[in-house]
Every structure is written in structure tokens, then in C-alpha cells.
Design a protein around this ligand. Structure first.
Ligand code: ADP
Ligand code: 5GP
Length: 184
């Protein structure tokens, strides 16, 4: 695989704004490509198979694991999530910079297999604000929200493992900061 330096990992607690930030990073930047993950989670309202995620059942996901089809995979809040290998390799070999928007365990696996990659942690201004964002997004059940908040505390403790950490308080400032990090 070529251009491994072009592998950019974005990690941070659920609800911190990763998806919102990545959307802005991709706007007008033809050199960036966002990997579409596979998950066993059910689609949320409005999510499209093949665009937001590849929605798989547990058996299909396990088959891909057995076939060594993931760069990394992990369990998060009772569901499995993984980065399909083939298309990432294809985009990297074409010279694109690839963004993986993944949780902590996956980021750690990628760090082992692609040590030249660049890993950015997105932190919330506070846990209270994180909870507000998850609730106002309105996509998760109460049970899922509580699981995500418990996990968030663990993830926040790991931010020192990353190449850079950015607080998503003002969205535009956070996006500018991340663009600067990616370009440097
Ligand atoms: P993630 O992908 O990390 O789970 P989302 O991108 O879905 O998070 O964002 C969660 C919610 O927070 C969304 O409703 C989004 O509009 C909102 N949000 C994102 N960034 C900010 C910000 N800087 N200030 C306030 N709200 C934000
Ligand atoms: P959500 O269910 O909110 O879409 O995602 C839950 C968590 O899974 C988020 O932290 C998200 O970044 C992470 N995630 C999404 N895709 C992947 C993936 O392919 N691998 C891993 N390890 N985590 C992922």
C-alpha cells in the first residue's frame, strides 16, 4: 500500500461533532476521501445504506472479519463497526488522503498497522455540552445515550495518545484548525 501518510484518523466521543466536521472538510476538497464503514447497528432515520454506512447483519460482519476484510474493527455500544480494507487501499494507491472517522479501539489498531498516519482527537467543550448535543441530535434512545456518555469518559482519558487534540466549541474554528493540521 502506498501513501500511508495520507491516512487520517478522526476520533472523539459520539455526539462531539465528528460527522459535522468531516462533512465540512470534504466540501471542495477533491483530494480527501471519507471511508464508509460497515456496522451491525440499525440505520437511523434518513441514513442510507452504502452512503452513511454499509449496514450488515452480524453474520455478514463476522464473515468479513474472517476474510480479513477490515483494516480495523471494534464493538461500540453493543454493535460492531469496521473499516473495509479494499476501497481504502484503492484510494490510497490513487494518491488520495483517506479519512477514517472511527472510535478509540479502532484508532489504536490503525496506529499499530499504519504508524505513519495522522490521528486527531476531537474533544467537547464539556461533558454537559456533549450530552446536550447527543440529546438535541435526537437520533438515539435513552439507553444508547447513556452508553455513549459512559464510553465518552473513557475516550476523553485517551486523547493524549493522539497526534493532536482539537476542542469542537466553535465549529468553524475547529474546522480551520483541523484543516491546518491535515495540510501541515
Ligand atoms: P458525531 O459524528 O461525533 O457523533 P455529530 O456530527 O452527529 O457528532 O454532531 C452531534 C450534534 O452536535 C449534531 O446535532 C450537530 O449539529 C451538533 N454540533 C456539531 N458541532 C457543533 C458545535 N461546534 N457547536 C454546537 N453543536 C454542534
Ligand atoms: P454511530 O453509531 O454514532 O454512527 O457511531 C458510533 C461510534 O462508532 C462513533 O464513535 C464512530 O466514530 C464509530 N465508528 C464508525 N465507524 C467505525 C469503524 O469503521 N470502526 C470503528 N472502530 N469505529 C467506527
Amino acid at each position: 500500500m502506498t501513501n500511508n501518510k495520507g491516512l487520517i484518523v478522526i476520533t472523539g466521543p459520539s455526539g462531539v461533532g465528528k460527522g459535522t466536521i468531516v462533512k465540512k472538510l470534504l466540501e471542495g476538497n477533491q483530494n480527501l476521501w471519507l471511508s464508509i464503514s460497515a456496522t451491525t447497528r440499525l440505520p437511523r432515520k434518513g441514513e442510507v445504506n452504502g452512503k452513511d454506512y454499509f449496514f450488515l447483519n452480524k453474520e455478514e460482519f463476522q464473515d468479513l472479519v474472517a476474510d480479513n476484510g477490515f483494516i480495523e474493527w471494534a464493538e461500540f455500544a453493543d454493535n460492531c463497526y469496521g473499516t473495509p480494507k479494499k476501497e481504502v487501499q484503492n484510494q490510497l494507491s490513487r494518491g488520495k488522503s483517506v479519512i477514517l472517522e472511527i472510535e478509540l479501539e479502532g484508532a489504536r489498531q490503525v496506529r499499530d498497522s499504519f504508524p505513519q498516519g495522522f490521528q486527531i482527537f476531537i474533544a467537547p467543550p464539556s461533558l454537559k455540552e456533549l450530552e446536550t448535543r447527543i440529546r438535541e441530535r435526537g437520533t438515539d434512545t435513552e439507553e444508547a445515550i447513556l452508553k455513549r456518555l459512559t464510553r465518552a469518559k473513557l475516550e476523553l482519558k485517551a486523547q493524549c495518545e493522539f497526534n493532536a487534540s482539537v476542542v469542537n466549541d466553535d465549529l468553524d474554528i475547529a474546522v480551520l484548525e483541523i484543516k491546518r493540521l491535515i495540510q501541515s
